[in-house]
Design a protein around this ligand. Structure first.
Ligand SMILES: [Zn+2]
Length: 124
């Protein structure tokens, strides 16, 4: 099957090894893509594991799961990726509502060689 983060890639060789824990994300961009795919495939544990502990309380598992489970994801566009920053647009529909566009600038942090999501600023 195609990977949600990029229809030109196979899930098996793109984000699945990260979701399974057999590979770590080498870059914030790779982590961001894998988190998008995790939302799309409702891999809630992966989303929790890749959120930095310092902000985890802002993203309660039940809320993340509820949103992911009621949302269909249509595509990801990377606008910018440099250093610890990834800016992207994601198209999705929640609860069968019209398609929305999320434009976010995400910030990642590396700790002991592992990248984590820390925060996102929503842009319009
Ligand atoms: Zn992917």
């Amino acid at each position: 099957m195609q990977c949600p983060c990029n229809p030109q890639n196979l899930y098996a060789t793109c984000c699945q090894p990260l979701h399974l824990g057999t590979h770590l994300a080498h870059t914030p961009l790779q982590l961001m893509r894998s988190r998008y795919s995790a939302y799309a495939m409702r891999q809630i544990d992966y989303l929790m594991h890749t959120t930095h502990a310092s902000v985890l309380k802002l993203y309660p598992r039940a809320s993340v799961a509820q949103w992911a489970n009621s949302t269909i994801f249509y595509g990801l566009t990377i606008l910018y990726a440099e250093g610890t920053i990834v800016e992207f647009e994601a198209q999705f529909s929640t609860n069968n509502k019209p398609t929305e566009l999320l434009h976010e600038r995400s910030v990642f942090i590396q700790e002991h060689g592992v990248w984590y999501y820390t925060k996102g600023e929503h842009l319009s």
